[in-house]
Design a protein around this ligand. Structure first.
Ligand code: GDP
Length: 467
């Protein structure tokens, strides 16, 4: 694990709330006895247990606690124990400050070892995928962060298809996740899906360039795009305002859907609403990155910034750029929503498309098969039934194959434990017992699978009869 940075991202998670949560957990320990007996009673309840106030226990408006109010605490503890993961992609041409921004955001230099190619090398360079992982820890909450950089994008003279490796990468992560979900070991799936893509727009242009539009159009239904105006210190305030407007207009004109922050909840406090509306108002985020610490001209504080002959620009100063808001948005307030949208919208889209395509491919193959066999009695209805059956059979075959592999592995394990047992006589009975047990378990799994396939195999027989 790399060194542990400390963030000062307050966001919605304020001290008083977390303290309350901790004291809530402690408080519950003392209540466990009453919970076991069915219900716990609020401290302000009467000793008589519900004879006052809102009426008898369990009645409408009763103060009796059943215990499920602790569910959020249970989930909180479980989630913290498990840790979180987040995958961030950065896209933009070389030199826009992607790696510097990542270092500024996470306060670590992830790209110490990076070598910049010469101009001649970059002329023919294709887009690469560079994936780095770090583990961060803040107040005991662990975050496994993966940063996917795309060096080479838009660097070559001929940029045709330079978006393809990026699009393929995102598709592959979805495909991998889909396969893992259909596999046997669903419990330990590693999620490589990209939760957010920071798209770096050049400060030198007059809005989005054709290559930006091309890539964003391909990605917007697959990943949460968050547009960034890079190197904002190279623009005056008026130029920056103008560029932001142009970028938003271009996105609108080309119907590109970037990540949309959810509306604030009616029960959110005033501070949260203000913070969210400030963040919303500054998209696309105009950012400045820096790898060094400078002394602030106003306060004399040492802070990340860029020193110029005429003064200092501070990365975290909200008057100088939107970096602080971007960090609150990304790490403090919207990380979970970015993950939820990835799972519930982008991945679901992929999954639905994948299954539909697979089904239509299968239908096409079966139809071809029929046509070659010149089956005269096939109606549309039993054609659909056969397609379904073929699908079922294929899935069962895959399952059996996986079971057989598992059985083989178990047999190998059994053999190796038997040979260990032969060398250490005292462990003979235990090893063989374990081996037998695992062998039986696998055999039972295969038998179950076979019986499944037998029932599936019964379907084509019926439909074949129907022909
Ligand atoms: P990448 O190729 O997109 O990863 O860009 P780098 O992060 O390697 O930055 C390229 C150059 O731009 C370096 O010399 C950085 O110091 C400089 N740079 C990075 N961020 C900024 C910024 O916000 N403003 C200015 N003026 N220069 C920056």
């Amino acid at each position: 694990m790399t060194s542990v940075p400390r963030f000062n991202v307050s966001a919605r998670y304020r001290k008083d709330e977390s303290d309350e949560m901790v004291s809530g957990i402690r408080g519950n320990v003392g209540r466990s006895e009453s919970m076991r007996t069915g219900a716990s009673v609020d401290s302000h309840d009467s000793v008589g247990g519900g004879s006052t106030g809102n009426g008898g226990s369990g009645g409408p408006g009763s103060n009796v606690r059943l215990g499920f109010a602790n569910l959020p605490d249970q989930m909180h503890r479980k989630a913290v124990k498990k840790g979180f993961n987040f995958t961030l992609m950065v896209v933009g041409e070389s030199g826009l400050g992607k790696s510097t921004l990542i270092s500024s955001l996470f306060q670590q230099d992830l790209y110490k070892d990076r070598e910049l190619g010469s101009a001649t090398e970059r002329v023919n360079k294709t887009t690469e995928i560079d994936k780095r992982q770090i583990e961060l820890d803040e107040k005991g909450v662990k975050l496994r962060l993966t940063v996917v950089d795309t060096p080479g994008f838009n660097d070559a003279i001929n940029c045709q298809d330079c978006w393809r490796p990026i699009e393929d990468y995102i598709d592959n992560t979805f495909e991998q996740y889909f396969k893992d979900e259909c596999g046997l070991n669903r419990k330990n799936i590693v999620d490589h899906r990209v939760h957010c893509c920071l798209y770096f727009v050049s400060p030198c242009g007059h809005g989005l360039r054709p290559i930006d539009v091309e890539l964003m159009r391909r990605l917007h239904s697959k990943v949460n795009i968050v547009p960034i105006i890079a190197r904002a210190d190279t623009l005056t305030q008026a130029e920056l305002r103008d560029l932001k407007e142009r970028v938003l207009a271009d996105l609108d004109r080309h119907k590109i859907q970037t990540y949309r922050m959810p509306d604030t909840d009616s029960d959110d406090d005033e501070e949260t609403r203000r913070q969210e509306s400030d963040i919303r108002a500054c998209i696309p985020f105009a950012v400045i990155g820096s790898n060094c610490v400078v002394e602030s001209a106003d306060t004399g504080r040492r802070t990340r910034g860029r020193q110029y002959p005429w003064g200092v620009v501070e990365v975290e100063n909200p008057k100088h750029c939107d970096f602080a808001k971007l960090r609150i948005f990304l790490l403090g307030t919207h990380m979970q929503d970015l993950k939820d949208i990835t799972k519930e919208v982008h991945y679901e889209n992929y999954r639905a498309k994948y299954i539909t395509e697979r089904m239509s491919k299968r239908k096409g193959a079966v139809r071809d098969d029929f046509e070659t066999r010149k089956s005269k009695n096939t109606t549309e209805a039993n054609f659909e039934a056969i397609v379904d059956t073929e699908g079922l059979l294929k899935e069962k075959e895959d399952e059996i194959r996986r079971m057989q592999q598992m059985l083989q592995q178990l047999q190998q394990q059994q053999q190796s434990s038997a040979s260990t047992a032969a060398t250490v006589p005292t462990s003979v009975s235990a090893a063989s017992a374990a081996g037998d047990a695992s062998g039986h378990a696998a055999a039972a799994a295969v038998a179950a699978s076979n019986s499944g396939s037998a029932s599936a195999a019964g379907v084509p027989a019926a439909s074949a009869n129907g022909q």
